[in-house]
Design a protein around this ligand. Structure first.
Ligand code: ZN
Length: 264
């Protein structure tokens, strides 16, 4: 296994002892999460902020050999009790992406899948996390697929969500995560216009100099993670099957689809 270049960004959703049924793929248990963080700690990894990753892809600094960035999409309330104590124990930083119009509610955008709703952080909980050093980013206003929206709706989802979170929490929002991993060229324009520094996509791989800061690569953490698959992802930025598909495509001269299925 060759290590692919650049910093790997890990993408988490909920950390729960009840990962659900239809959507269980996207959750990890508290035990899995703790084992993964302990693994990073024991192997000398440290965490970078997304601002530091932005500096690396822009060429302003080099990527340290053992570093990852940790991201949590949707802003689930379980982050508070199931992730923060572990992160603080190991001195790790993280970014949580809030859905601005759904803060204090639940993941209603996933209701069609039939799993019970999962509660989201409230504004006061998000503020408390920010005061403990957790960075708050935007995951748009309503979690609708951005590629289906009009220009005016896009502006609201991208610039409007930033303004709402900044006003509610009294801090700068610099980072965005695409709902469902979906984006197009119009999104990139609105992100620049709104003054974001980075946007996290659902594209696999590492983040080295030259990667577009508005298309940062991430590795999805799932309920199926073993210690070996986790090690593989932090070394390569890919799941093993994704890695094999990419290698096969490169041998046959075709580019691979490096993004997996649509994320919630
Ligand atoms: Zn999401």
């Amino acid at each position: 296994m060759r290590e692919s270049q650049g910093v790997k960004i890990l993408m988490y959703h909920w950390i729960s002892g009840d990962p659900g049924q239809r959507l269980r793929h996207w959750g990890v248990t508290p035990d899995q999460f703790r084992c993964q963080m302990r693994f990073l700690h024991e192997h000398g990894y440290r965490t970078l902020s997304l601002g530091e990753v932005a500096d690396i892809v822009r060429g302003a600094r080099s990527a340290p050999p053992r570093a990852v960035a940790l991201t949590f999409d949707d802003g689930y309330r379980d982050f508070l009790h199931e992730a923060v104590p572990t992160l603080e124990e190991f001195g790790f930083s993280a970014t949580v992406f809030l859905v601005a119009d759904r803060v204090g509610e639940s993941n209603s955008w996933d209701a069609r899948h039939g799993d019970p709703p999962r509660p989201l952080l409230s504004w006061s909980e998000a503020a408390a996390l920010a005061s403990r050093g957790i960075e708050m980013g935007s995951h748009a206003r309503t979690h609708r697929p951005l590629t289906l929206l009009s220009q005016e709706e896009l502006r609201e989802e991208i610039a409007g969500s930033k303004a709402i979170i900044e006003e509610k929490l009294g801090l700068a929002v610099r980072h965005f995560s695409y709902p469902h991993g979906l984006f197009d060229g119009r999104c990139l324009g609105w992100l620049r216009e709104a003054g974001y520094e980075t946007a996290c996509a659902d594209i696999r791989g590492g983040n080295r100099q030259g990667v577009d800061p508005f298309q940062l690569r991430r590795s999805l953490m799932t309920c199926h993670e073993t210690q070996w698959s986790f090690f593989f992802k932090i070394r390569t930025g890919f799941g093993m099957r994704e890695w094999a598909a990419t290698a096969m495509a490169s041998w046959s001269g075709h580019s691979a689809q490096t993004s997996a299925q649509e994320v919630p």
